[in-house]
Write a protein that binds this ligand. Sequence first.
Ligand code: GLC
Length: 737
Amino acid sequence: MEYKQLEHLLHNMSLEEKVGQMVQLPAGMIAKEGVITGQIDNLHLPKEQKALIGSVLGLTGAKDLREMQENFMAEHPHHIPLLLMYDVINGMETIFPIPLGQGCTFSPELVEQAARVAAKEATASGLHVTFSPMLDLVRDARWGRVMESTGEDPYLNAELGKAMVRGYQGSGKGETLDLTKEGNIAGCVKHFAAYGAPLGGREYENVELSERTLREDYFPAYQAAIEEGCVMVMTSFNTLNRIPSSGNKWLMRKVLREEMGFEGLLISDYSAVDEMINHGIAADSREAAKLAILAGVDMDMVSNAYIRYLAELVRSGEVEERLVDEGCMRVLKLKNDLGLFENPFKDGSVEKEQEVLLCREHRSLARDMAAKSFVLLKNEDILPLKKNANSKVALIGPYADTVEMYGAWSFPKKPELSVTIKQGMEAKGVELVAAKGCFMQDEDKQAKVGQKDTYTKEELEALMKQAVEAAVSAETVVLCLGEHREYTGEGGSRADITLPKHQMELLHKVAKVNKNIVTVVFSGRPVVIPEVVENSKAVLMVWMPGTEGGNAVADVLYGDVMPEGKLSMCLPRSVGQVPIFYNKFRTGRPNEEGTRVGFIHGYIDESIYPLYPFGYGLTYTSFGYSEVTLSKETMAKEEILTATVTVSNTGKREAVETVQLYLTDVKGSVVRPVKMLKGFQKVSLKPGECKRVQFEITEEMLRFYTIDMEYVSEPGEFYVWIGSDSDTKNKASFRLV
Ligand code: GLC
C-alpha cells in the first residue's frame, strides 16, 4: 500500500479504532490459547473492544494463525490484519543453543545463519515478528535472563545483535529492507534499557546506573541493532534510576528516538504499562496510559491502559490525538512493510511448515552451532575419547538421556525429536552403560515452571548405587550434570548458583570409584563449579545446546568436531564475587595476584578473579602467539594503526582459534576499564601452521564519555593486547597524539 493510502486509512478510522491498533493481546483472548509469557492471560474485555486490536502474541502454527487472521479481519470494520508476534529467541522448532551459548561461538556468521533459519521456520508457521534480539548486557549470573543475552561484553553483543537482525530481517545497515520477502521476519530489540543489571540479580528489581555507564556499556548493543535496521524495540520491565522504562520520556523520546534515530514501533513489555501502578508511579491504568503515550510507547502489550483509557484521555484533552495518530501510523506502517494488507498470512503455510521445520539442513546447522558454542574449560589428556571397543564409557547423570536441553525461551512442539546425549553417543557406535544417578532437581527445590522432582530417599539411593556400579564397570565416566532448564529465563533469578546438592553427591560418589571423569555441564547461566572442576579430568560447558545437543556433545567428546567456544560471560568462583566481569576498572590499591589481603582491593576470603575469564576456552591442540607488533608507535587521530601477531598451532590437531584484540586507555579524564574487547578473528590452523593476524585500530575505537560527557578520544598512551582470552599478557603500546 502507498503511504498516502495508509494516511487515508488513518483518516477514516475512529479514535477507538486507532487506539485499538496500539493494543496487543494474548491469542487466547481472541482465538486459541497459545504460550502465556506473563502473569495475566485475560483482561476480560468486551467483545467489541477485542475486535479492534492491532496485534496478538503467543500463538504459532500456520493453520491456527491463518484461521485466526481470517476470522479477525472479517469482523474488523476496516479489515485491518493483525500483527502476529512470538518469542523466537534461539530457534522456532529447530532449537539452537541459547544466546549465551551462541555468544561463545564468537561467530557473527553462524549467529546470522541461525537467526535466518529461525526466521524461515517462524514465518512458515505464520508469524510476522519475533521478540529478538535481546541485547541486555549481563554481568550478574544470579539473574535468570543471562541465558538470553550474548554476554558481558558491549562489543561482542553489538556484533552478534547486528548479525541476528540481518538473519531475521534479511538485510543489514545500508541494504534495502524488504520484509515482504519470504523468510524475512521483523526483529525487535529488547529490553530497552539495561534490564540486565537488576539490584542483587533479582528479577524485575530497580536498575541504578550512571548515565556514563549506560552510554558506555549498556546502550551500544541496542544502538548497533537499531542502526542495522531493526524495526521494533521493546521497553524493559525495570525502573531505570527509579523511572519505569515504559514511562521514561528521557529514555524513549530523547535517547531512543532523537539520539539513536529509531523511527520504528516501540512496544511495551508484557503488562509493563499497568505495572507502573505497582511501581507507585501511576495511581491507576488511566494514569499509566498517559505516562506511556507521553513517553512514546506505540503498542501496549497486555495491559488495561491503552484499550480502556487512551481514547478517553484524548477526549478529555489530556493527551493530544496526534500522539495516537503517531502510534497508530507506526503500527499500520509495520503491517504495510510486511505486506500484510496484500497478504495477511505472509509465509504461513501448512505445507511450508512441514517442509522446513526440523529439516535436515536446519538440524545440521543446529548441530554445528551447538558444538561451536561449547567451551572446553579443562582437559587433562582425557579428551577426545577413543572409539575403540575396549574403552567402555559409563554415561551418568540427569542430563544423560533427556530431550530437555533447550533454553527456557524455547517451546518446541516436538521436543521428543531432539537428540539426547545417550542417543548421540550410541550413534558413535561406542559401548556405553547409562545410569541416571539422581534426579535433575533436589527434592526441596522447584523450577519456576514444570514439575517438582518428587522421590523417596530409597529411590535416590538406588539411582546412586546403579550409577556407582556403572562407573566401576567402565574405563571412563561421562557425567552429565546441570541446573534445570527452568532455573533460568524470566523469573529465574537464583541466590545460589551452584549445582543441585544431589548432583554434587553423585559426582563425589563416582569420583571415589573412577577418576577418569569427563563432566559435561548444562546450564542457562555461568554456574559455580570449582568442585566439579577439581573432581573431573575434563569439563565441557555446553549451556543449553538445543535440538541437536546429543549429537554435538558426542561430536566434541570423540573429537569429530573440535571445541572452539570462548566464554561470552566469565565463570565466577563463588556467588559472592557476582557481579563480576573482565572490563572492570582499576582501583587505587591494585591487587595483581587477586588474593592478597590488607588495605588492598579485593576480599579477605576470595580471589578478585573469576574461575575462568571472559574469552577463555581450550581445544584439542595448543596455540602459540608471537609478540604484538604495531605499524607505528604514535598515531594521529586521522591515521590507522595496524597491530599484528603470528599465531601458530603448536599441537597435533587442526583447530580454530578465536584471536582477540583488547585495548586499554592507560590514562583518561575518567577511570577507564582495565581492558576492552575491540576485535576478534577466527583462524583455522593445521598442526605446525602459522598465520599472521592483523587488526586495524582507528581513533573511533578509542572514544569514550569524558569527564565532560563528550564522546571523544583523548591523547595519551594505549595498550594493545592480542591473545586467546581476556587474561592475555601479550601487549604492545602506542601513543595517540
Ligand atoms: C515477556 C518478556 C519478553 C517477551 C514478552 C512476550 O514477559 O519479558 O522478553 O518478549 O514477554 O512474550
